[in-house]
Write a protein that binds this ligand. Structure first.
Ligand code: DC
Length: 220
């Protein structure tokens, strides 16, 4: 089976940078599944759908056309042809995404899209349920973690344009999102039994990338 590397873990664990770095190092494509859940959430908010109403969300789930570009040097995400790379990172979307991504109909549609993109492989896929649900046969599975403090600090750095995004606020919002993502009924964030756990708290980005590349070469 051509290589599929599943990279799961909570927010701020360093998944995106590590996944892109691994894809570059190994000449693979890269898919950010979180961006797809964010794109769906952005569309729901713009369409005026009450995101806490699961039935209302489910009723509209087939409407947006979500497309992901998989070049690790310039991944793209569009909704109905509009580039949404920036608006999907706002706090408004970030704070609504757990509700939308807990709706089974949303997951069904996006998991199907993700499997289409994964196709015959040659890709690094990051998310929450890649090793458990989306690609349970992936030959390489990583569960990336980091201490809560390090994760909050990384997130706050991503949001420096937002004055309300202090480390304390980010930490509280993130803890809430992780709790929702881990306790939802539909494919919660969980470590696959056969995933290698990497704690990135004391590691540099290069060290994390090297560790994953090493795992990939071992399984080859
Ligand atoms: O990785 P991220 O923070 O951009 O992900 C945004 C949200 O999407 C996250 O709070 C949970 C959800 N998500 C998911 O449910 N399943 C995935 N495979 C990826 C993300």
């Amino acid at each position: 089976m051509p290589l599929v590397i599943a990279m799961d873990g909570p927010s701020g664990s360093g998944k995106s940078s590590a996944s892109k770095g691994v894809a570059r190092a190994l000449g693979l494509r890269y898919l950010d599944t979180g961006a797809m859940y964010r794109a769906m959430t952005w569309w729901m908010l713009r369409a005026g759908v009450p995101v806490d109403d699961a039935a209302a969300v489910a009723a509209r789930v087939a409407e947006p056309v979500i497309e992901s570009g998989t070049d690790p040097d310039g991944p793209t995400i569009t909704v109905d042809g509009t580039d949404v790379a920036e608006p999907i990172r706002t706090r408004e979307v970030t704070n609504a995404v757990s509700a939308v991504s807990s709706v089974p109909a949303v997951r069904e549609r996006l998991v199907a899209l993700q499997r289409e993109i994964i196709g015959t492989g040659g890709i690094v896929v990051e998310g929450r349920d890649i090793g458990t649900v989306v690609a349970p046969d992936a030959p390489v599975k990583v569960y990336l973690t980091a201490s809560e403090e390090v994760r909050a600090a990384r997130r706050a750095k991503d949001l420096t344009a937002d004055p309300a995004a202090s480390v304390t606020v980010t930490q509280a919002e993130q803890a809430r999102r992780d709790r929702l993502d881990s306790t939802r009924t539909a494919s919660p964030l969980a470590k696959a039994g056969d995933a290698a756990e990497i704690d990135s708290t004391g590691l540099s980005l290069v060290e994390v990338i090297e560790a994953v590349v090493h795992l990939a070469k071992e399984r080859d």
